[in-house]
Design a binder for this molecule. Sequence first.
Ligand SMILES: C[S@@+](CC[C@H](N)C(=O)[O-])C[C@H]1O[C@@H](n2cnc3c(N)ncnc32)[C@H](O)[C@@H]1O
Length: 258
Amino acid sequence: MHRGKLTVVGAGPGDVDLITLKGVKALQNADVVLYDALVSNELLEYAPKAEKIFVGKRKGCYSYQQAQINDLIVERATLGLHVVRLKGGDPFVFGRGAEEMEHAAAFGVEVDVVPGISSSLSVPASQNIPVTKRGAAESFWVITGTTKEHKLSNDVALAAKSNATVVILMGMSKLGEIMQLFKKEGREDTPVAIIQNGTTEHEKIGTGTVASMEYKAREQQLSNPAIIVIGEVVHHRQNILDIQHRYQHQEIKLHEKV
Ligand SMILES: C[S@@+](CC[C@H](N)C(=O)[O-])C[C@H]1O[C@@H](n2cnc3c(N)ncnc32)[C@H](O)[C@@H]1O
């Protein structure tokens, strides 16, 4: 009996060009595509003949529970079909990709994963914020703001004690609590950036410090989906802008002299 196949594919952070070639090939071979809310609909065009099922959470839409998604994967795969589970970013970074693979494998379904470009690195990068930089940060944490118990991860308090860059996903509803943990460590002046809808046409950024960011986020109406970046590396964005500005200024002066 043919048990079908599940390929869990990372769609990248939002910009359709940021999916991998291997991800596109998997979509072209799919019989069924199950996709999430943070996945661009444009990517579905790579799978014109496949059955497409939206299983994400969107206002006004029926919302699938994880168990239902697992059942759907197994049901379609055991018909001998190739199921592609298309997920935002990388499927193994807060993406439940591993859980879905385990579930399908337990039913004899062949499983595979195509890594994706995680929003945790690419969304800061889209704003010229590197997660490591010589002299600014030697390492980085990627932490969820909302654990299974809907609480802030205890790792945030540990990360606040380090010199590392701290990247927090799903943390907007706990922004005050997060900033408080950094204030407790005397980090009021540490730079912070919040990037909403990174790498898409709706991208929006707000910058500040641990002391000011909560107020600024409210003022600029920053909300989900967003990434919070805390650390000296946030300055890099301004450094680049300043260097470009100085260069242009010099060019104008040279031009005036000629
Ligand atoms: C369930 S997690 C999935 C993360 C995903 N697997 C990844 O590697 O990017 C969803 C969270 O990722 C962050 N996120 C994903 N895409 C984003 C984007 N384009 N801009 C800002 N934040 C994003 C937000 O914090 C969002 O709430």
